[in-house]
Design a protein around this ligand. Structure first.
Ligand SMILES: [Zn+2]
Length: 279
C-alpha cells in the first residue's frame, strides 16, 4: 500500500488520532496487569511513510498553532529531546522538537518524529527531569509508531477504510466530521493502550538517558494539581494520574537506573525564567 498523496483533511484525521490522545495529558484506565515488554504493534505503513505523513502533518500543525520561534528555547528542547530519543527502539526516526506558544499544559507527537511541546508544559514542569518525562512519553509514541498503528488497525476493522482511502489518494466528501467521530470512539481504546505503552517505554527511555523515571511520575502529579488545564480532546478520557504514577513505580525494578540521575539543570531554570519573562 502506498500512501503518497495526503489530502489535508486526512492529515487532520491523523492529527485527531494523535491529539485525541491529548499527548501526555490523556490518562489510561488500567484494568489488566501492564505488559512489561513494549513492542510496536501491527502496521500497514512503512517507517518512511510515517516520516512522509509526519512532515506533511507538521505543515498543517504549523498553520493551526502559534510556534514560539525562540531559538534558544528551541535549541534547548531539541538537545534534551535528542538525548532521550537516542535510546528509542526500532527505526531511527529524525526527531524534531518544536515549541508551541500556548499556556495549555500539553505536548503531542506526529508519526515520523515530530514532537510538539507547549510552553505551558515547560513552565508547569518543576525540573528538567519532569520535562524530560513529557518528551520521553511523546518519543515513545513516535518510536512505537502509535499513529499509523491505530490507522492500520482501523483499516483492518473496515471502519477506518475511508481514512485510509484518503491517505492513499482516494476521494471522499464530508469526512472531516467522520474522522473526528472515529477518533472519539473507535480510537479511544487504542489510545488508552497506547498511553500505557508510552508511559512504560518513556520510563525506560528516561532511565537510559540518565534521568529518573520518577520525575515523569512527578509530572503526572503536577498535571493533577493543575487538572483544569486540559485540552478539549482529552476531556473525555478521564485521566487518572495516580494509576500512571503506580505503573511507573511498578516498572522501576526492571529498569537500569543511573546512580546519580539528572533531576534538574541550570539551563532548564534559565529557559523557564526566559519563558516567564516573555509573558
Ligand atoms: Zn500520549
Amino acid at each position: 500500500m502506498r500512501a503518497r498523496r495526503f489530502s489535508s483533511w486526512a492529515l487532520i484525521a491523523l492529527l485527531f488520532v494523535q491529539t485525541a490522545c491529548g499527548g501526555l495529558l490523556a490518562g489510561a484506565e488500567w484494568g489488566a496487569p501492564a505488559p512489561r515488554h513494549v513492542e510496536a504493534g501491527f502496521n500497514l505503513f512503512s517507517p518512511e511513510q510515517d516520516v512522509e505523513l509526519g512532515d506533511a502533518s507538521a505543515g498543517e500543525v504549523a498553520r493551526q498553532v502559534a510556534l514560539l520561534r525562540d531559538e534558544r528555547t528551541d535549541r534547548y528542547v531539541q538537545r534534551l529531546g535528542e538525548k532521550i530519543a537516542a535510546g528509542a527502539p526500532g527505526y531511527r526516526f529524525p526527531y524534531r522538537f518544536v515549541v508551541v506558544a500556548s499556556p495549555e499544559v500539553n505536548a503531542f507527537a506526529l508519526p515520523g518524529g515530530y514532537v510538539f511541546v507547549n510552553t505551558g508544559a515547560i513552565e508547569a514542569a518543576h525540573t528538567e527531569g519532569e520535562l524530560a518525562g513529557v518528551l520521553a512519553h511523546e518519543i515513545a509514541h513516535v518510536a512505537l509508531r502509535h499513529g499509523t498503528n491505530q490507522a492500520s488497525k482501523a483499516y483492518v476493522a473496515k471502519t477506518g477504510l475511508n481514512i485510509l482511502d484518503a491517505l492513499t489518494g482516494g476521494r471522499r466528501t464530508r469526512l472531516g466530521q467522520t474522522a473526528h467521530s472515529y477518533a472519539r470512539t473507535l480510537f479511544l481504546r487504542f489510545n488508552r493502550e497506547a498511553e500505557e505503552q508510552a508511559d512504560l517505554e518513556g520510563a525506560r527511555l528516561m532511565a537510559a538517558a540518565g534521568y529518573d523515571p520518577r520525575d515523569m511520575a512527578s509530572f503526572f502529579e503536577t498535571l493533577e494539581e493543575r487538572g483544569g488545564e486540559r485540552t478539549p480532546e482529552a476531556q473525555d478520557d478521564h485521566p487518572d494520574p495516580a494509576s500512571r504514577v503506580a505503573l511507573i513505580e511498578e516498572t522501576l525494578p526492571a529498569l537500569r537506573l543511573s546512580r546519580a540521575p539528572v533531576h534538574d539543570t541550570e539551563e532548564f531554570r534559565r529557559i523557564k525564567a526566559r519563558l516567564s519573562g516573555r509573558r
